[in-house]
Design a protein around this ligand. Sequence first.
Ligand code: PLP
Length: 408
Amino acid sequence: MYKFPTTLTSMYLAMQTWRSCGMAICFLRWFHISRLELEHIEKYPNAKLISLGIGDTTEPVPQIITSTMANYANALSTADGYTGYGPEQGHKALRKAIVKAFYKDLQIKDTEVFVSDGAQCDITRLQLLLGSKVTIAVQDPSFPAYIDSSVIIGQAGDLKGDGERYGSIEYMNCGPENNFFPDLATTPRADVIFFCSPNNPTGHAATRKQLELLVKFARDNGSIIIFDSAYSSYVQDDHCPRSIFEIPGSRQFAGFTGVRLGWTVVPDELLYSNGFPVIHDFNRIVCTCFNGASNVAQAGGLACLSSQGFKAVNSLVDYYMENANILGEALASVGLQVYGGANAPYIWVHFPGSISWDVCKDILEETHIITVPGSGFGPSGEGFLRLSAFGHRECILEAAARLKTLFL
Ligand SMILES: Cc1ncc(COP(=O)(O)O)c(C=O)c1O
C-alpha cells in the first residue's frame, strides 16, 4: 500500500448529497435526542409531537425517480435486464450527467467523479485515505461526522479536560461574531480542512469572498480542503458559491439520501507533496472498500438529473425553503436572534447565556417540539438550537404557532 506523506500539497475535494429526496440523518447525539423523545412520548402519550430535530426529509420522492428505479428493479428479473457488478466508480452515463448538471463550466471531468452511497460514507473513506498521521481543522460548530471519523481513524488525540474538544483537532470558531467564518489569521496550519457550506448546523452559506480567503489560506499552507456541499441545492443567493470549484485555483467532492447515492469529485491535479496523484489512491480505496453504488439507486440518480426529475427535485427544495422561511419569521417575530434558513434548510437560533440542552428540554416540555441543542455540534454551538425545516407544511405551521405562543 502506498505510504502517505504527512505533508500534502493543497487540494480540494468536494461532496454533495441530494438532500431534496429521501432522508438525511445527522448521527450526532442522536441517541440522546431519541431517548428524550421516547421519554416525552411516555410522559405525554396524547401529545402531538412535532420533530424539528434530526434533518430527516418528509416529502415523497418524485414519481419520475421511483418509477425509474422500480422499472430498473423489475428488469433485474429478466434475462435482458439483469445487471451484475457495475464500475466501482459509478456508471459512465451518471458520471457524465453529474458533470453536466453541476459542473458545466468548471472543468470537472466525468472521470474525476466517484459515485457513492452518500456523503457520510465518503467522509469516512476519505479519512481512510488520509490516515491517522494528518492534522485536521473543522468549523466549530460542525457536522459531527468529521470529528467522529477523525476519532475512529486515530487523528483526534485525547479528549481535553473540558471533555468538549480533542487535543489534536483544530476547532475553527464560526459564529455570528465572525459572520460564521473562521479568523484565518489566528488559525494554525492543518493538513486537512473540513469545510461545509451551506453549513449544518448554522445554515450559513459562505460567500464567494469567504471561500476565496479559505482557498488562499489552504494554498499558502499546502492544506487539503474537504468541501462538504451536501446542501448546495438549497443556496438561493448567487453571491454564495454552490461548489468550491467556482473559486479559481480550486477543484470538488459530493449524495441521494434515503436511497443512498452521492458523489465525490477528486481532481486529477490534486497531488501529494511527492507529486503522486490523490485520485489514484481514492480510486483504490473505492475499489477496495466500496465496490460501487447500487445499480437501482444509480438509475434513480440519473432520473433525478433528467429535466423532469430536476424540476421535481427543485420543487421539493422550494418546499423546504418555504418551511425554513415560516419558522425563521416566526422566531424573529418574537425577538429571537435567528441565523441560517436563507440558503439552507436549517435555522440556528441564539439563546445567549443559556445551556442549549436546557432550552431544548424546556421547549419540548412546553410545546412538544423536538429541536437539537447546538452544543452537540461542538463547543461553539453552546447557547444555540438547531431547527430543521424538513417537515410537512401543516406541522411546520403548527410548530411556528406553538413557538410564537411560547416566546411571546
Ligand atoms: C453536512 C452533511 N454532510 C453529510 C451528510 C451525510 O449525507 P448522506 O446522507 O449523503 O450520507 C449530512 C447528513 O445530514 C450532512 O448534514
